[in-house]
Design a protein around this ligand. Structure first.
Ligand SMILES: Nc1ncnc2c1ncn2[C@@H]1O[C@H](COP(=O)(O)OP(=O)(O)OP(=O)(O)O)[C@@H](O)[C@H]1O
Ligand SMILES: [Mg+2]
Length: 256
């Protein structure tokens, strides 16, 4: 009998795309981010969950390379952020960044013209379902339509990492679910997604890995389901309440 000895293979570890060590950000007397450590795996949806002022947007700005940390580091594949990092990331701009005097079609054309090899416009129009309002005055778009357009604009240069700062705040339940579908499709494309939210349900549905922030510090981090199971509670809201004595906005309340 011939026995073939195969080398033992351990569990395949996901590749770390961004790694944060001792991250801090202070503005004069305000400590916005007070020492964070976490890794983001390639292809996952990573969430920062916390109430107003917890430090979500500030953390995001440092991960995007838009703000320098006061202390600590953000590493990309184990090294410093490369000089072309901005071409590798897509940032969903706030609504104010939209050129309101242009239609969605013209906005897309303008953004595409900034890059040598943009994603074909038809593809983006299809993926983000922009057709129905493509030639409308951008000022007349609903909140959900506007968010879909902003996301399409963030994707024009085919980025590896996509940042979304509270992508569904202010949207009605249908538009919120609609955006969740779009975000899930982006993940299925193999992109790494990093988002902030203060909706527990959103964090639970979308995120593979979550950091719960309060006053610039991580209270807990891990996969949402595991955090809930480990704490022996029914949902993230109960978990947050038990950690801080505070409650976050419940999606159900907003969705009424
Ligand atoms: N440029 C700045 N100058 C001074 N303080 C700042 C600045 N940016 C943020 N802060 C402060 O840092 C803290 C964290 O703010 P940040 O915007 O990161 O919170 P957030 O979690 O995104 O909140 P929200 O849910 O309201 O968007 C807050 O106390 C905020 O006032
Ligand atoms: Mg914010």
């Amino acid at each position: 009998m011939v026995t073939v000895l195969l080398p033992k293979i351990g569990p395949v570890m996901p590749e770390v795309i961004l790694s944060v060590t001792g991250l801090e950000k202070s503005y004069d007397k305000v400590i916005a981010v007070a020492g964070l450590d976490f890794d983001i795996a390639k292809g996952e949806c990573f969430g920062l969950l916390g109430p107003n002022g917890a430090g979500k947007s500030t953390t995001l700005a440092m991960l995007e390379g838009m703000e320098d940390p006061t202390r600590g580091t953000v590493q990309y594949y184990g090294g410093p952020l490369p000089s072309d990092y901005q071409t590798r990331v897509g940032i969903q701009f706030q609504a104010t960044a939209l050129q309101d005097f242009l239609t969605p079609f013209d906005n897309l054309k303008l953004f595409s013209s900034f890059y040598d090899d943009p994603i074909p416009m038809d593809h983006l129009i299809d993926q983000f379902r922009l057709q129905e309002f493509l030639h409308r005055d951008s000022r007349r778009l609903s909140g959900g339509q506007r968010q879909r357009l902003l996301l399409a604009l963030a994707l024009v240069h085919n980025p590896e990492i996509v940042f979304l700062d509270e992508p569904t705040t202010g949207l009605d339940p249908r538009s919120r679910r609609d955006l969740w579908d779009v975000v899930s499709a982006l993940k299925a494309d193999g992109r790494t997604l990093i988002l902030t939210t203060h909706y527990m349900e959103e964090a639970e549905i979308l995120c593979d890995e979550l950091v719960i922030l309060s006053h610039g510090k991580a209270l807990l981090q891990g996969p949402p389901k595991q955090l809930i199971a480990d704490a022996g509670v029914s949902d993230l809201d109960t978990l947050f309440l038990s950690l801080t004595g505070e409650t976050l906005v419940k999606t159900q309340e907003v969705m009424k």
